[in-house]
Design a protein around this ligand. Sequence first.
Ligand SMILES: Nc1ncnc2c1ncn2[C@@H]1O[C@H](COP(=O)(O)OP(=O)(O)OP(=O)(O)O)[C@@H](O)[C@H]1O
Ligand SMILES: [Mg+2]
Length: 460
Amino acid sequence: MKNLRVLVVDDEDNMRRVLEIMLSRRGYRTLSAANGRAAFELLSSQSVDLVISDLRMPEMTGIELLRKLREAGNEVPLVMITAQGSIESAVEAMRLGACDYLLRPFDVETLDLAISRVFSVREMIQQKDYLRAQLDHAWEGLVGTSPAMQQVRTQIAQVAPTRASVLLTGETGTGKEVVARAIHRASPRRERLFVPVNCAAIPAEMLESELFGHEKGAFTGALRQHIGKFELADQGTIFLDEITEMPVTLQSKLLRVLQDGRVERLGGEQSIELDVRVIAATNRRPADAIRDARLREDLYFRLNVFAIDLPPLRERREDIPGLVRHFIALHTQAEARGPMPGISAQALDHLRAYAWPGNVRELGNTIERALILSGGQTLDVPHFPLEAARRASAPRDAADTPLDLRLEPAVEALEIRLIREALRQAGGSKARAAQLLQISERSVWYKLKKYGLGSDAAGP
Ligand SMILES: Nc1ncnc2c1ncn2[C@@H]1O[C@H](COP(=O)(O)OP(=O)(O)OP(=O)(O)O)[C@@H](O)[C@H]1O
Ligand SMILES: [Mg+2]
């Protein structure tokens, strides 16, 4: 969390100072702006990790700032501060893509909670992929003309106009989230929100309130009202990723919500009618998940109205050349690296021969690394150390150095090494890395946070 840059936007000098002090005491670096316009100008030349903005300001309000940022393609997380009694504006801000809101007056704990929520959400959506996917239109971002992918496209086109729930299955990295977004964009709901929820990344005890929201005082620590993801997704689409990681008790509550089309915030009195399209995904086989009591059978039937199974990349190798071109273009643009390099025929054969356990995600990461290694030249076999990377490096004999007997640092160092290697092999997927490490995905998230390993954890 250290060294993150937070921009505070407020027209009242005192409020700004107080926030800045609160934040810098917690180790954040702060910048400030006195109104939306100044903030917008600052953000066009500098990047920050979080914006905390007052709603009501002269010149340009918080809402206008948020709208202008999103129009300009800037997806920086923004937390809106609103006065009591302007809850509608808070909801409006959330719909426009604010991450959270704070009701004035708030205390330090509330601020902490909001910030930690932002950063866990930020990790969860893996910013980079999310941003790119957002810019794409319905079919862009979905590459592949193999018969298997053509069938997937047909299925998307069939189901998109309907309200039917969709269950996406397929190994890690096969493109389930890409397909979920494509369905949303090809549906009549495209102007409304697509709200992804990674059930594996949110602590089990927080998931219920994340999904359904809560009223102030609903439980210890519920210092204010919170709008759930279902409410946010009203008239849009909610994407329940890693559905088998949702506690089964919560699964039965979810089933009721799906059947009734209504939610109740935790601690709330009235139920709210909603129109939400549900897309769920899992990389487990549903039959296994049901047998292992990870997935309720009744929920499965409710979700499985329409099923799309994404084939692993090794079963559609003819898509590899197109995907390679797609990723070269994507990464060359993203880095503004100049003209697009090509790829040699041998290198392409090399990629076609590989098994791709991390599927399309692993291919994307491999291309990104190869582009760095090639320095803008044509990609060739040496830029793809696939087989070499599979061999675990043999530990060196260190008999001549005295052995450091402290257990804890040694265990931590080993954990970090194994986690990095697992993430690398998994092409960055925490779910798959968890399988390789034979620990729960939640533990992976926990350890990444503990060791401060960011999204670059899979790096060399
Ligand atoms: N058909 C495709 N065309 C272009 N890019 C793709 C395609 N399929 C997947 N990708 C890219 O591969 C990466 C992984 O895809 P995605 O996140 O959708 O996988 P997933 O099936 O949800 O994996 P997991 O089960 O690990 O969450 C993303 O960066 C995505 O953009
Ligand atoms: Mg996914």
